[in-house]
Design a protein around this ligand. Structure first.
Ligand code: HPA
Length: 269
C-alpha cells in the first residue's frame, strides 16, 4: 500500500507544486465550504491513479487544492463509504495520500441521526469520541510506515480543536452539542431497537462514515476534528420515516453554521 500511496502522491506532485497543511473531508453539510476556498487546482477522482470512484447521490468526486482561512488545504469533495462496496482500504486510501502530501490536521463533517433525547433536528454535534462498528480499516498486513500495529485511540478527536470550535460557536451564537458518534455500515437507517441499542452503548448520534478515515489518520498521528449535523432523531416517540433526501435537506439548512465554524477553525490552526 505504501507503493500505491507514493505513486498517487507523485502523480499529484508532478501535476502541480502545492503543499497542503490541512486536509478536509467535505461530507454532508459542508458542500458550501467549497465556495469559500480559493481554488488553485482540482483533480477528478477518475483521473487519480489508485483512487476509487464515488457513486452515491449528492457526493461529487474530486480533490480540491486551494487556500482557505489563510491556509493551504486539500479537500475531498465526495468521500467513499463501506456500504458502496469499497474495501476499507479503499475507503481510507485518500487519507493516506493526504498525509503523504503533508497535511498536519484532518477536518471532517457528516450527517447523523441523534439518539440522545436532548438533541434536536438541525443541531450540530462536535464529535469527541466514537464507537466504530464498521470493520476496522487497519485489519490486514501491517506496514510500520503508516504507524503502530496497535494504535492508541485515547484521544481520537483533538481536545484543543474541540475547545476552539466550541469557542468559535459560542462567539457566533451557534448552538453545538458534543458527544459520541456511532458508526455503522448502513446502508439501512436504524430500526427503533437499533437506535435504542446505540443509545444504551453510549452513543449520541449514529451515522455511516467518518470513523474509518479518523482511525487511519490517528494511526498516522494526525490530529482530527469532526462535526455532525443531526438530520433526524432515533429517540423513542420521535422516530419518523427518514430518506436520503430528507437528510440532505436538513443538512443544507445547517450548512452556513458548519461552514463558519470550519473556516474559523482553519484560520486558527
Ligand atoms: N442513521 C444512520 N445514518 C444517518 C442517519 C441515521 O439516522 N441520519 C443521517 N445519517
Amino acid at each position: 500500500m505504501l507503493e500505491k500511496t507514493r505513486q498517487t502522491v507523485s502523480f499529484i506532485q508532478d501535476k502541480f507544486d502545492f503543499a497542503p497543511e490541512v486536509g478536509i473531508i467535505l461530507g454532508t453539510g459542508l458542500g458550501g465550504l467549497v465556495n469559500e476556498i480559493k481554488i488553485q487546482h482540482t483533480l477528478d477522482y477518475e483521473e487519480i491513479p489508485n483512487f476509487p470512484v464515488s457513486t452515491v447521490e449528492g457526493h461529487h468526486g474530486r480533490l480540491i487544492f486551494g487556500e482557505l482561512g489563510g491556509k493551504n488545504i486539500v479537500a475531498m469533495q465526495g468521500r467513499f463509504h463501506y456500504y458502496e462496496g469499497y474495501t476499507m482500504m479503499e475507503v481510507t486510501f485518500p487519507v493516506r495520500v493526504m498525509k503523504y502530501l503533508g497535511i498536519k490536521n484532518l477536518l471532517v463533517s457528516n450527517a447523523s441521526g441523534g439518539v440522545n433525547p436532548d438533541f434536536e433536528i438541525g443541531d450540530l454535534m462536535i464529535i469527541n469520541d466514537h464507537i466504530n462498528l464498521i470493520p476496522n480499516p487497519l485489519i490486514g498486513v501491517h506496514d510500520n510506515n503508516f504507524g503502530a500495529r496497535f494504535p492508541d485511540m485515547s484521544e481520537p478527536y483533538d481536545k484543543i480543536l474541540i475547545a476552539r470550535a466550541q469557542e468559535i460557536a459560542k462567539k457566533n451564537h451557534i448552538k453545538t452539542q458534543v458527544g459520541c458518534y456511532v458508526a455503522t455500515t448502513g446502508p439501512t437507517f436504524e430500526t427503533p431497537k437499533e437506535y435504542e441499542y446505540f443509545r444504551v452503548i453510549g452513543g449520541d448520534t449514529v451515522g455511516m462514515s467518518t470513523t474509518p478515515e479518523v482511525i487511519v489518520a490517528r494511526q498516522m498521528g494526525i490530529p482530527c476534528f469532526a462535526i455532525s449535523i443531526i438530520t433526524d432523531l432515533g429517540v423513542p416517540g420521535k422516530i419518523v420515516e427518514i430518506t436520503h433526501e430528507e437528510v440532505q435537506k436538513v443538512a443544507a439548512k445547517a450548512e452556513t453554521k458548519m461552514t463558519l465554524i470550519m473556516k474559523e477553525l482553519i484560520s486558527q490552526l
